[in-house]
Design a protein around this ligand. Structure first.
Ligand code: SAH
Length: 466
């Protein structure tokens, strides 16, 4: 069968990829189609052909899948943010749970894993759950400033001030900023010519404290924001406004933030809580973006760690110490390791803020620090606990753990290993190594942090076989 670009064909979608694209076969030849879900019968137009598969664009749905819903966001298809809004939230959760189960079976070799998996933890209301937004700012054809999100795989801005997964307060913030820019002829950044001033608007909200931060990312000095008082006074009228900042980024780069921040009004940080722990958040700090579900995920990690008060715990890939401080509430001593020095500065400051003195942080690669500390032992009692902890927690980036690290963990022989993961593939690969001999999986949970996207977060408890 010969296919041509732009040819229209009818497909029944039979599968869903990890990136949230539907997969259907036409006379045995597979096509990937964005915006479709399993069970759709759809007319699609071929966009790209490879030797053994192709891509196609959805033209129209002939017969919708029972799992399909009308995406509540009017720009869901164009926007590069949400990928699977057209799938009911219940089915999204099922898709994520199944993905973890499949990886654990296929890559990890854990047959019967379903019996050890808790039911998926989804959000009660999967909207307005994010506490951080970064809106690119540009100019429309009429010359008006606009803000929104990038279309998928491009830098063209889809204007949208009322994103459904962001905090509702963003709409008011953006409208104030856009009106101010228009009135005072403040130019939006133009990526092509590297000209103009306002590149992005960053907002952060403390879900528990109600504190709001606004940060304008500028291609130049904040002195170029004329009539800035007019702007800060309008923004101050928003409930909870705590910090209005500018960040300077004059580089020709896709990186959103520069390294320098200037306070325009109020504090240079906001604060928020996850559980009982208080965190200070500045424009440049990393902080989990879905605080409600982070509490659920880290609550699970804490539950799986099984702490009773006196334990020694390592928290590897600790970031700003979110999990470390959570664990320190119930442990004797916690050791955290993280590669980014600024994150460790935040972690130490957050420990102080919460009056916790049973946490020690190390800067460096987990796969270097842990073997070094383990090998360094001088044999005293503290050292012995540090070398043979009760629990090791890991929360690595997508690529998972280094094998040197996994082998050191095994040599240290903790009673329990708690693995928090944002990639079920590398999770399964690493669990397979950890469970070769002395450890077995006891329990696992999938906790949805990023509704309408394909990101999957999970946590596994492994115990030493007695
Ligand atoms: N648990 C953290 C976030 C973990 S995200 C929190 O809740 O805040 C993964 C972290 O691993 C990131 O902070 C990243 O900077 C760090 N990281 C990446 N590679 C690392 C390595 N080889 N050793 C230690 N940390 C690393």
């Amino acid at each position: 069968m010969e296919f041509k670009k732009n040819q229209e064909i009818l497909l029944t979608i039979e599968d869903f990829t990890r990136e949230g694209e539907g997969l259907g076969k036409y006379q045995g030849f597979p096509f990937f189609v964005k915006d479709t879900v399993i069970g759709d019968k759809a007319r699609v137009s071929i966009t790209k052909l490879k030797k053994n598969y192709g891509y196609a664009r959805l033209v129209n749905i002939m017969e919708p899948s029972p799992d399909r819903v009308e995406a509540p966001c009017p720009v869901a298809r164009q926007c590069g943010g949400c990928k699977i809004q057209q799938l009911s939230y219940e089915k999204q959760l099922e898709f994520k749970w199944n993905q973890v189960a499949n990886c654990m079976k296929r890559i990890g070799g854990f047959s019967g894993i379903e019996d050890l998996m808790e039911p998926v933890y989804g959000m009660d209301v999967p909207w307005h759950f994010r506490n951080k937004a970064q809106f690119p700012v540009g100019t429309d054809k009429k010359g008006n400033p606009v803000a929104g999100f990038y279309a998928g795989r491009t830098h063209s801005i889809i204007p949208n001030t009322s994103c459904l997964i962001q905090a509702e307060v963003n709409q008011e913030i953006l409208e104030i900023i856009l009106a101010y820019m228009k009135r005072n002829h403040i130019p939006a950044y133009d990526e092509k010519n590297h000209s103009g001033l306002v590149r992005h608007v960053l907002t952060r909200l403390g879900f528990v404290t109600g504190q709001v931060m606004v940060c304008l990312i500028l291609n130049g000095s904040p002195g170029r924001l004329t009539h800035v008082k007019e702007l800060t006074e309008a923004l101050q009228r928003i409930d909870g406004m705590t910090s209005i900042m500018a960040n300077i980024n004059t580089a020709k780069t896709n990186k959103i933030l520069g390294s320098q921040c200037v306070t325009l009004w109020g504090k240079d940080y906001i604060e928020d809580y996850i559980g009982e722990i208080r965190y200070r958040i500045s424009p440049l700090s990393f902080f989990q973006v879905n605080p409600g579900q982070t509490r659920v995920l880290y609550g699970k990690a804490l539950e799986y760690a099984g702490l009773t008060g006196g334990e020694t715990v390592w928290d590897l890939y600790c970031g700003i110490g979110t999990i470390s401080l959570f664990l320190a509430q119930k442990a004797g001593q916690v050791y955290g390791v993280e590669i980014i020095p600024e994150a460790i500065e935040d972690a130490r400051r957050n420990a102080k803020l919460n009056h916790m003195d049973n946490v020690t942080f190390y800067v460096g690669k987990a796969e270097e620090i842990l073997p070094r500390e383990y090998g360094r032992g001088c044999g005293d009692a503290v050292d012995n606990l540090k070398n043979h902890p009760d629990v090791i927690v890991v929360d690595p980036p997508r690529k998972g753990c280094d094998e040197v690290l996994l082998n050191t963990m095994l040599a240290m022989g903790p009673d329990r290993i708690v693995y928090v993961s944002c990639d079920p593939g590398t999770l399964a690969r690493d669990c397979r190594i950890l469970c070769r001999k002395d450890y077995e999986i006891k329990k696992m949970a999938v906790v949805d942090q990023f509704g309408h996207s394909c990101h999957v977060e999970s946590v596994v408890l492994m115990s030493r076989i007695k």
